[in-house]
Write a protein that binds this ligand. Structure first.
Ligand code: GDG
Length: 468
């Protein structure tokens, strides 16, 4: 079996300290869970940034390196300068807003491109040094868009896959990016390019035709005599984790009797649509006095990218709106309607919240997929609960039984929340059954297997068939 080399910006580990000793803990995100099978079977290697190791003394560093090696991970260390410029300024400061259609978030002088190239080259060198003929390389996400192209130059015969976890925008938006051709050429170094949805794949094809003049034939492109395939591989979740019964302790969360609990779970990110969502909840409270005191919104906002100015601003604006709504809608008898928490929770607690909620609100203005929507459905082993889902989340294409909303339409969102709260049990259950059937069937293991099977099929270096 060919060895799998996974490459992502961040290694799936957390380096910390316990009793003065440096320790490395594997962090089980969706991606590492999905890849665990093929990774273990092929005795693979994961290449990426391990986090900041600068605080470690020599002994701590030696321990960390040994533990990383035992986990079959290879660290690509980044200096503070590299990290700021490549990751914060360019990947999160420029690529993230452009790919999410938020053009007003792009800084006036967008810096970091040179460093982005430099860090991608650093990753390429690290991968090339590990590569053995026959290996399969799988590169992940927008931080490493140039890496497939750089690897193709150094390893012309390698089997290279690339998966984009965020949307690929309409070509009219993508072409605003000053480095658009370089980015496309970088991606086209792969043999197989995966997206969450068919519409992202179409957007990509149209950008390639328009900017580079390569005409796709169905889902294939001919690039410098090579065949590059691109298509949708919608990512799923680890359903086993989310369907397992909650352990009896687990700080089980219980709604108050007769209460409708609305739930939001997001990284605090300006793409997640948290402010308009809260405004919609306020509108419901204003329009429906009968729900006052019976409707509570629990919003978990997980701290994210706190050193990026746009995220600091967004946090301030979210917190202002929480305060303003609670100020306007609280009374002496009822507790404030918005219960806002700026922190992360252990996964088992998250699952017990998914299970306690009457309505889950997933309202991003753009989202590659949104796994929270799928986790909510999988967790509802009781078959109940309503999902209100933005039509701009990739997940919407696979979840037609959710109540779809336009996250820019606050009134429409408020109406959907009312519809969800008033929905009869029979309708709730039949919608949830449809959602669960698909989420449970297309899980993250299947996603990884499908992508790797298509990559194994790729004919490396084969020319494209002529159009009939
Ligand atoms: C990117 C794309 C795409 C959240 N709060 C807690 C917690 N979480 C976990 C959720 C979920 C994950 O974080 C969030 O995943 P999403 O898919 O919703 O969003 P992004 O972080 O923006 O992910 C996205 C994804 O990549 C995969 O390709 O779907 O579109 O933007 O798994 O459960 N986990 C714990 N505590 C929390 O408080 N333990």
């Amino acid at each position: 079996m060919s060895r799998l080399l996974v490459v992502s910006n961040r290694l799936p580990v957390t380096v910390g300290a316990a009793q003065g000793e440096a320790i490395v803990t594997p962090s089980m995100g969706g991606l590492s869970t999905g890849l665990r099978g093929p990774f273990e079977r092929s005795q693979g290697l994961w290449i990426g940034w391990p986090g900041d190791l600068s605080g470690l003394d020599d002994a701590g560093r030696a321990t960390v390196m040994k533990e990383l090696q035992a986990l079959r991970t290879l660290p690509v260390e980044l200096t503070a300068d590299e990290l700021r410029s490549y990751y914060e300024d360019f990947a999160n400061g420029v690529l993230w807003p452009v790919f999410h259609y938020l053009l007003d978030r792009i800084p006036l002088h967008s810096g970091g491109w040179e460093m982005y190239r430099h860090v991608n080259a650093k990753f390429a060198a690290a991968v090339a040094a590990q590569y053995r003929p026959g290996d399969t390389i799988w590169v992940h996400d927008y931080q490493l868009l140039l890496l497939p192209g750089m690897l193709r130059e150094q390893l012309p015969g390698a089997r290279i896959g690339f998966f984009l976890h965020i949307p690929f925008p309409a070509s009219e938006v993508f072409r605003m990016l000053p480095w658009r051709e370089d980015v496309l050429r970088g991606m086209l170094g792969a043999d197989l390019i995966g997206f969450h949805t068919p519409s992202y794949a179409r957007n990509f094809a149209s950008a390639v035709v328009r900017l580079l003049g390569h005409e796709p034939v169905v889902d294939e492109l001919a690039v410098a005599g090579r065949k590059v395939r691109f298509r949708a591989f919608p990512m799923g979740i680890d359903t086993e984790t989310f369907t397992a019964p909650s352990p009896p302790h687990a700080g089980e969360f219980q709604p108050r009797p007769g209460e409708h609990l609305l739930l939001g779970v997001d990284r605090l990110d300006y793409t997640k649509g948290i402010r308009r969502r809260l405004s919609a909840v306020e509108r419901v409270l204003t329009r429906r006095p009968d729900l006052r005191g019976k409707l509570r919104m629990l919003q978990i906002a997980v701290p994210s990218r706190e050193s990026v100015t746009a995220y600091q601003d967004y946090r301030r604006r979210v917190e202002e709106i929480v305060g303003a709504i609670n100020g306007r809608c609280s009374s002496l008898t009822d507790s404030p309607p918005i219960h806002y928490m700026y922190r992360g929770f252990p996964q088992e607690q998250l699952i017990s919240l998914y299970r306690a909620a009457s309505v889950m609100l997933v309202t991003p203005t753009r989202d590659g997929m949104n796994l929270v929507a799928k986790e909510f459905a999988a967790s509802r082993t009781d078959g109940d609960g309503v999902l209100v889902l933005s039509e701009f989340a990739g997940a919407a294409e696979e979840m037609p039984e959710a109540l779809h909303i336009n996250p820019f339409d606050v009134d429409g969102m408020a109406q959907a929340i009312e519809q969800a709260v008033d929905m009869a049990e029979g309708e709730r259950r039949s919608r949830m059954a449809g959602l669960r059937a698909r989420v449970l069937r297309f899980d993250v293991h299947r996603w990884a297997e499908d992508f790797l099977a298509a990559l194994a099929d790729a004919e490396i270096g084969a020319p494209l068939e002529p159009t009939p």
